[in-house]
Design a protein. Structure first.
Lengths: 112, 324
């Protein structure tokens, strides 16, 4: 198995035009199970058999970068949002906020 | 990591591309360990029984390894319509092999019964052509029938359709057979068939391949070739067959066995090279006297290309086995 060195380079963790702070859980390198826990704690329970293939697809698309950390007793694959991944996430976040704002406005106006 | 988890992981990665298996397998193992560890930490004690129970729970939570494998493969599953896709796959898996086998048998029987002087090339050509036609026709018929049926499919009938999981997947549904072992056995069996075919070469008459007129139906091999050379040839084939039998019986691609097989392979290539460069091995009437040397050298080059290719594939198999 080809494993890249740990820790990952800082290039993939910084310089992303995203509103969340650099220490946000979604910006820190995280392994699969810690992401599952993070999502569950955030109120988005996700099944492992959904998340892991998705992480791999995002990695293939260049939106995430991944490195194996073999220094611990249990080897783990850590994922980090790449610069292009952060751009896509920022765009999706912005769309989400716009949609949320529109729905809230419609709801306040009595529609439906 | 328990044998149960290893079997589960093997079931997931068994149908994935070779290059991604190790990485995905390692990640699934790490995930299972993390999930088991997290749940063990919540309880008061960590006995082997509790660990085994939690491991089963975690594997069942991850679900059907075939479904997880499909998620990783990310291949489109809507060729025929998502509702009928499991039925479509199930039908293809059952019908196509039966159609293929029937087509081969029918073609061989009809050709042998109706042709007075059967040529091997003609038999192979007509069998392959007719079998491919039969398979394509069966595929088209299945696709059209299920495609048309998908439009009027009642949702209530879905759970009863073949190919669908009848109930939530449990660990008892796990295919416990050794997938890699089966693959190794299949390769070894194929290797034995190939070795057997090579062993019969000195006896094969040229009439089987449309060149019988060149030496009046004699063999491809020079009849004046010394018996010692033939015994050496069969001896090497016997050694290679022994290696394949060991692989078949042990169902493993252990490096030692692979190394022995590789050494025998190279030794046999050296033996054949010497044989080809020191005497006319092919039947003299089959070779052009002017280009006899060139033909011998081309044969030697072909032998070494096959040997190198064999070494590379063996090394890749062993590497895959050691990653386990």
């Amino acid at each position: 198995m080809r494993r890249r060195h740990w820790p990952p380079t800082s290039r993939s963790c910084v310089a992303a035009p995203w509103s969340s702070p650099a220490s946000s859980p979604v910006r820190r390198p995280q392994y699969g199970y810690s992401l599952l826990t993070t999502l569950t704690e955030a109120g988005i329970p996700t099944e492992a058999n959904t998340l892991y293939p998705l992480l791999r697809r995002l990695e293939k698309q260049g939106l995430l970068s991944a490195v194996w950390n073999t220094e611990q007793a249990r080897p783990r694959k850590y994922y980090t949002v790449t610069a292009s991944g952060a751009e896509v996430a920022a765009a999706l976040h912005s769309q989400w906020l716009e949609l949320d704002s529109s729905i809230t406005k419609l709801w306040k106006d009595g529609t439906p | 990591m328990s044998a149960l988890t290893e079997t589960y992981v093997d079931n997931v990665i068994g149908h994935l591309p070779e290059k991604s298996r190790a990485d995905i397998g390692a990640e699934i193992r790490a995930t299972i360990s993390d999930m088991v560890e997290a749940r063990l930490g919540e309880g008061p004690h960590r006995g082997p029984e509790r660990t085994a129970t939690i491991e089963r729970e975690v594997l069942e939570e991850l679900g059907d390894p075939a479904a997880l494998s499909r998620e990783y493969a990310n291949s489109p599953q809507h060729f025929i319509g998502p509702k009928s896709y499991p039925l479509f796959l199930w039908t293809l898996r059952w019908i196509l092999p039966i159609v293929g086998l029937l087509a081969v048998l029918t073609n061989v029987v009809v050709t042998v019964a109706t042709t007075p002087d059967v040529q091997l090339g003609e038999l192979i050509g007509s069998t392959v052509g007719n079998t491919v036609t039969a398979l394509l026709t069966a595929f088209a018929v299945i696709t059209i029938i299920i495609g048309l049926g998908d439009r009027s499919l009642d949702d209530n009938a879905l759970p009863r359709m073949p190919g669908r999981q009848k109930a939530p997947w449990t660990i008892d549904d796990l295919d416990r057979r050794d997938i890699r072992g089966r693959q190794t056995r299949a390769e070894a069996a194929l290797g034995l068939v190939f070795i057997l075919a090579l062993a019969t070469i000195p006896f094969i008459p040229t009439t089987l391949l449309y060149v019988g007129h060149l030496n009046r139906g004699g063999t491809f091999i020079n009849p004046d070739l010394g018996t010692d050379w033939l015994l050496g040839y069969w001896g090497f084939l016997g050694l290679l067959a022994a290696v394949e039998i060991i692989r078949f019986v042990t169902a493993s691609a252990r490096p030692t066995v692979a190394l022995i097989g590789g050494v025998i392979d190279v030794a046999m290539a050296v033996f054949l090279t010497i044989a080809l460069l020191t005497q006319p091995v092919l039947h003299p009437e089959l070779t052009s006297a002017a280009n006899a040397n060139v033909q011998q050298i081309i044969t030697v080059i072909a032998i070494w290309i096959i040997v190198v290719w064999d070494q590379v594939t063996t090394w890749r198999t062993v590497r895959g086995w050691r990653r386990r």
